[in-house]
Design a protein around this ligand. Structure first.
Ligand code: PGA
Length: 251
């Protein structure tokens, strides 16, 4: 049985003092959850988040990293640097990074490998545009992105990768994929992983849904057979609302 993993993606929001207050609040609200709780915060908030999340069940992640270990890459942060302060997770290939910062399937793959080499667990984002969806290309797009992101990984690494299926048209728009649609897309991703790495591994990979997840729709989405939790943007900025998403199975 796969566990449910709920990750907040704060994007470029929240200052260190807000981070401290937020995690103090959230930790009380989710302390009894059987689901895994992750907060992916801006770089400047990481240290504070890690400090306040100590001795809670909240895990901390970054939202990006560079694939090189060090060097002349002004403004970048490496996996080794993240690991050195005990960051556990890192989002890789979010559609906003692919769209605004020229991330490609190739850089995503390099980053996933570098993350594992440094002991970080990657949350890899895949998803189709509205145009691709309307042209019936959803399955092709997301299975291709998945295959390329996981290229040359060991079976064990594949098994420890979290994939977030985020249809781009559903991110920040208030539009969610129907739970059936999201579940079917995630099944396609799992099928592709099974084709390459075998059913055993595919059945163990955590695949989340992301795109306008809220407390109102979380239960229906996360109760689907193949949806193993969510990557939550806007609704993760409020600890009350986010805690309801984390605790979706408690009421
Ligand atoms: P959203 O963002 O929940 O605000 O739609 C999700 C994401 O981009 O990860």
């Amino acid at each position: 049985m796969r566990k449910k993993v709920i990750a907040g993606n704060w994007k470029m929001n929240m200052l260190p003092n807000e981070t401290i207050e937020y995690i103090e609040n959230l930790s009380k609200l989710v302390k009894n959850s059987e689901n895994e709780v992750i907060l992916c915060v801006p770089y400047v908030d990481l240290f504070y988040a890690l400090l306040i999340a100590q001795n809670t069940n909240i895990k901390i992640g970054a939202q990006n990293m560079h694939f090189e270990e060090k060097g002349a890459y002004t403004g970048e942060v490496s996996a080794k640097m993240l690991k050195s302060i005990n960051v556990e997770y890192v989002i890789i290939g979010h559609s906003e990074r692919r769209q605004y910062f020229n991330e490609t399937d190739e850089t995503v793959n390099k980053k996933v490998k570098a993350a594992f080499e440094n002991g970080l667990k990657p949350i890899v984002c895949v998803g189709e545009t509205l145009e691709e969806r309307e042209e019936g290309k959803t399955a092709d797009k997301i299975t291709m992105q998945t295959e390329l992101a996981l290229k040359d990984l060991t079976p064990e690494q594949v098994q420890n990768t979290i994939i977030a299926y985020e249809p781009i048209w559903a991110i920040g728009t208030g539009k969610t994929a129907t739970s059936e649609d999201a579940n079917n897309s995630i099944k396609e991703i799992r099928k592709k992983i099974a084709e390459i790495y075998g059913q055993n591994i595919a059945q163990r990979v955590i695949i989340q849904y992301g795109g306008s997840v809220k407390s109102k729709n979380a239960k229906e989405l996360f109760n689907m057979s193949d949806i193993d939790g969510g990557l939550v943007g806007g609704a993760s900025l409020d600890p009350q609302e986010f805690s309801k998403i984390v605790n979706f199975n408690e009421n």
